[in-house]
Design a protein around this ligand. Structure first.
Ligand code: PMP
Length: 404
């Protein structure tokens, strides 16, 4: 056996063991779940943690003084620290973690409770007009809120490279000015699966401008480090439910080094304690498995799918084409993180979604909540996690080939 095939066999065995830990996946071998960018499936460790919490400690957090309440309060504080560790936070004493129901609520909290305290008349912010609409609407809402108070701010669009999905980093200098006070960007694009290279935004705006990162498609899928040598950003906002925790979970991590301290205002109410228990278990599980290994696995599956699709003439893969070309310096797997979105030249995407489900493939087939997209911009998205297999990709390619 060659070294290469021995390595492959080892990683297949590793993955099989992990896949077996997802009850909903193993219960349905006839189906293939390809919609992890929308939400992920949950391993048994997460389901067990939920059961254990509800049967041993269920109470409100930060209120009562009896043991169940204390245990719940400790769980919430411990999970805050867990999020910081998971993001390799170099200065956990200084940063803050706020739990939310997902990325949408997280970004809105940054916009409403932080950004509006920070900006003054004539300031400008840079925001993405072709990423997920969760990363556009809150900034426009903040602009309206400020306008109601007589504070006018400029909202400028992050430039994109045509058709590729990447930001146009060379054009950044044209939109960054002396009044640029804040940038909202995305880590991994939810349609194209590409890394949006936020370090180039940092280079363009300089060291003082806060950057808020929508990390919905990266946390839980690949290593995400806020060490300044890695992602020098000020907010990382993610959905726990896309990172193997329960629906209704998410968090905002705030560095608290640029601008005012992030302290969501007003009465917070009861936190989603069972969701937080699931998030702690999910991050523990991912930490033990290794997000680098998860990324290598989903990256290899992504490459297998894009390679197969490139040989079929009826399909167009959306996003950065140079990452797919045979002569590309980077293999496609390095550029696309577990997300492949495509169109068939002759079959409308919603029809293709139905056809694929008739073969057991659960994909997303619509305009994918992309800001500015309309129904006619529909596409089919295949999004992967560690439970997906090469056999599932090969089965999908066979069906796609039969429609070529
Ligand atoms: N941003 C991105 C990049 C996403 O992919 C998603 C979910 N599809 C969201 C934001 C919204 O996340 P949530 O539904 O958890 O609020």
């Amino acid at each position: 056996m060659s070294v290469e095939s021995a390595r492959r066999a080892e990683s297949v065995g590793w993955q099989r063991e992990l896949r077996e830990q997802f009850p909903i996946i193993t219960a349905h071998p006839e189906l293939a779940y390809f919609d992890s960018a929308a939400t992920s499936q949950k391993p048994r460790a997460v389901l067990d943690a939920v059961h254990a919490y509800l049967t041993t400690a269920n109470a409100n957090a930060g209120r009562g003084t009896y043991p169940w309440a204390n245990r719940t309060t400790e769980l919430v504080e411990r999970t805050r620290q867990r999020v910081k560790e998971f993001l390799a936070d170099p200065e956990p004493r200084r940063s803050a973690v706020h739990f939310t129901s997902g990325t949408t609520e997280g970004l809105r909290t940054v916009a409403r409770d932080w950004l509006t305290r920070y900006l003054t008349d004539g300031d400008e912010i840079l925001v993405p007009f072709a990423d997920h609409r969760a990363n556009l609407d809150p900034w426009l809402e903040a602009q309206r809120l400020l306008a109601d108070r007589g504070i006018g701010i400029g909202v400028r669009a992050l430039p994109y490279q045509t058709r590729s999905g990447d930001y146009d980093h060379r054009a950044l200098d044209d939109v960054v000015g002396p009044r640029t006070r804040f940038v909202a960007a995305t880590h991994v694009h939810h349609v194209y699966g590409g890394d949006m290279n936020v370090h180039r935004i940092r280079a363009a705006v300089g060291p003082d401008v806060p950057i808020c990162l929508d990390a919905a498609q990266s946390v839980g899928h690949l290593p995400v480090s806020v060490a300044e040598s890695a992602l020098d950003v000020d907010f990382v906002v993610f959905s726990g439910h896309k990172a193997l925790a329960l629906p209704g979970t998410g968090a905002v991590w705030a560095r608290n080094a640029r601008g005012p301290v992030f302290e969501p205002g007003g009465w917070q109410g009861t936190p989603n304690t069972v969701g937080i228990a699931s998030l702690e278990a999910a991050l523990d599980w991912l930490g033990a498995v290794g997000t680098d290994r998860v990324a290598r696995w989903t990256g290899a599956l992504t490459a297998r799918l894009t390679e197969g699709l490139r040989h079929l003439t009826s399909y167009e893969i959306l996003g950065c084409q140079s990452s797919l070309g045979a002569g590309s310096a980077l293999p496609a797997a390095q550029r696309r993180h577990g997300i492949v979105t495509f169109r068939h030249h002759g079959i409308p995407s919603d029809d293709l979604g139905f056809i694929l489900f008739s073969y057991g493939f659960m994909v997303r087939a619509d305009s994918l909540c992309q800001a500015g997209a309309t129904a006619k911009d529909g596409s089919v998205r295949v999004s992967l996690h560690v439970y997906n297999t090469e056999a599932e990709i090969d089965r999908l390619l066979l069906v796609l080939a039969s429609l070529d």
